[in-house]
Write a protein that binds this ligand. Structure first.
Ligand SMILES: *Cc1c(COP(=O)(O)O)cnc(C)c1O
Length: 452
């Protein structure tokens, strides 16, 4: 028989090979054994049989097993709220707050004054109410969860009116009709995909227990379209003594209109038009940790707090620490724009971006012929879908590696660098790169060119 798979070595024999035995000094022995087993298994299944170099093969498998799967990356895509890259990076103050409670006991459910049990739901409560103008607030694990909680607490098993134009998919298989069904509320669709009138809601209000508006976060409707103002819906709901629930999605607390970003509802405006509950994400435009915020009337928040889903969806202490520190920055709006990374990135001036692109290009290897080009960044994360953010990118000529080849090497390097491929070139947008990471970007590019 000439089948190369017949003559594979045993686990014990490979472990005795000096180059493989040496690996046990850098990794726990059982992990080395697992990597050896995996190498032999792979050789058995592969048509070409044994690898040319067992030690190198085992070492590579060991490296993959011991590299954390969740690791920081350098985002050079220019997409500010990149959902796959973790949405909002935290502000310095928020990271410090997480650090402080992470390795210590904390007041997460403890009242220092009385020495008695405190309430997890009390953290961020005052800050969120103060900043939004609402009577009360509650933070849970994420906004999708907040919506389930709100519908279950305020509407289930009754009928909730929603426009057919808002039966949307948010991404990550989060679909409004499915969420509503799981919440126990009964979906009552009104209007059409492109046009829904106040009268459509009026006709359905008999038998309804709540009106829901879901912001069309990630797409725009143009042309023959119409939707009633949220304020009109709030009024209609209140005339019928029903609660009005408004899922605004992105949690915009800052005024970004001076930068041309004015198409998203702010938290304050949603509260001001007298929504009973306003729901939003913590890690989109708010720029905090993953969380779902509910702000609204005392009665509505009380119903949510007492609902069993509030316990199932409760926020972790690290989340609450990061959220509280992030919200505190909003007490000084200018400070928020400066110190909350998402806001700082969105409000960079054209001149600053040129300056940064120049500094970044200066760190890139000559072999890649870096040059500056006008480009466009994106807000991402299902916010300001139509917004164009002009930027200046560093455009790299990948040479024989090709743009996809270079992009791959950068992705699997340490640290991983994620760029954008366009027209055979690799583009790096300085908007989403920390200034102090340019040196690392240069080194990563250098290493990508070196490898065989
Ligand atoms: C993003 C979004 C959600 C979901 O928020 P998560 O915090 O990711 O759960 C819900 N509703 C709207 C309108 C959104 O834009």
């Amino acid at each position: 028989m000439t089948d190369p798979r017949r003559a594979l070595p045993s686990v014990a024999r490979l472990l005795r090979e000096p180059a493989i035995a040496a690996l046990s000094e850098a990794a726990p022995p059982n992990v080395v054994v697992a990597a050896v087993r995996e190498a032999i298994d792979a050789a058995r299944k592969s048509r070409s049989g044994a690898p040319a170099d067992w030690a190198a093969d085992v070492q590579e498998r060991l490296r993959r097993r011991t590299t954390p799967s969740l690791q920081p990356v350098l985002n050079a895509t220019g997409v500010v709220l990149h959902t796959n890259l973790g949405r909002a990076p935290l502000a310095e103050a928020a990271a410090a707050a997480v650090q402080a409670v992470a390795q210590s006991y904390s007041t997460v459910e403890f009242d220092l004054g009385s020495g008695a049990r405190g309430h997890r739901a009390d953290h961020c409560r005052t800050l969120l109410a103060e900043l939004s103008g609402a009577q009360d607030a509650l933070v849970v694990n994420n906004a999708a969860g907040a919506l389930v909680l709100a519908l279950n607490a305020m509407a289930a098993p009754g009928q909730v009116l929603i426009s057919r134009g808002e039966l949307i998919e948010i991404g990550g298989s989060f679909r409004i009709p499915e969420i509503m069904e799981k919440s126990g509320a009964d979906l009552h669709e009104v209007g059409t995909t492109n046009r829904t009138h106040l009268d459509d809601y009026r006709e359905g209000i008999e038998g309804a227990v709540a009106i829901l508006t879901v912001h069309r976060s990630n797409f725009e409707q143009r042309g023959f379209v119409s939707t009633p103002e949220a304020a009109e819906l709030a009024r209609l709901a209140h005339q019928a003594s029903l609660p009005y629930i408004y899922d605004i999605g992105s949690g915009l607390l800052a005024d970004l209109s001076p930068w041309g970003l004015d198409s998203e509802p702010t938290v304050q405006s949603a509260v001001a038009l007298r929504a009973d509950l306003v729901i939003f994400s913590g890690d989109k435009l708010l720029g905090g940790p993953q969380a779902g915020c509910l702000v609204g009337t005392r009665v509505a928040i009380q119903r949510c707090r007492q609902n069993p889903f509030a316990r199932a969806l409760r926020a972790d202490k690290l989340t609450l620490a990061a959220m509280e520190a992030t919200l505190a920055l909003y007490r000084e709006p200018e400070r928020a724009l400066r110190e909350i990374p998402v806001l700082a990135m969105l409000t960079l001036s054209a001149e600053e971006l040129v300056k940064r692109a120049r500094a970044l290009a200066a760190k890139c290897p000559e072999a890649l012929h870096p040059r500056l080009e006008a480009g466009e960044s994106a807000v991402g994360g299902g916010a300001f879908p139509g917004a164009v953010l002009p930027t200046t990118v560093v455009s790299l000529d990948p040479g024989p590696l090709g743009a996809d080849g270079l992009a791959l090497r950068l992705r699997v390097g340490q640290p991983a660098l994620i760029g954008r491929v366009a027209d055979g070139r690799l583009l790096l947008d300085p908007r989403t790169l920390p200034v102090d990471a340019y040196g690392d970007v240069g080194l990563a590019l250098g290493r990508a060119l070196e490898e065989p």
